[in-house]
Design a protein around this ligand. Structure first.
Ligand SMILES: [Zn+2]
Length: 124
């Protein structure tokens, strides 16, 4: 399965949502650039989604926009990672939210706390 324009539009929309829910607006270009560039490297839809997410996370981490994006609501010291289409706390093996459905509340220190409202065990 090749990566289509629809796949690119979909991941762009989902990831923009999750970025804006946590970091706020102003990062649309980063998501769009990575979604476009990843098509040069992968031509399988699921791998493509993973790569775009990884690349955007890498950017935020490396550029110190947010070194733990998206921050785990339980441990606050590590990012959530994408597994099976879900943002996942690897330490607890918990799915926190589906990609594109991340929710967060702003904190007094200007950061955010991801809502762990719908977490469930992996495979559950
Ligand atoms: Zn965690």
């Amino acid at each position: 399965m090749t990566v289509t324009d629809t796949d690119e539009a979909r991941i762009t929309q989902l990831l923009r949502h999750d970025v804006e829910a946590t970091l706020g607006p102003g990062h649309d270009d980063i998501v769009a650039e990575n979604a476009e560039r990843a098509r040069l490297f992968v031509d399988e839809a699921e791998r493509y989604t993973e790569m775009v997410v990884q690349e955007v996370q890498q950017y935020f981490h490396d550029c110190f926009v947010d070194t733990t994006w998206p921050e785990c609501p339980f441990h606050h010291r590590h990012p959530l990672w994408l597994h099976d289409g879900h943002w996942t706390c690897e330490q607890e093996a918990l799915h926190i939210a589906k990609l594109g459905e991340l929710r967060a509340s702003p904190r007094a220190d200007g950061r955010y706390t991801v809502s762990p409202g719908r977490h469930r065990p992996l495979g559950g």
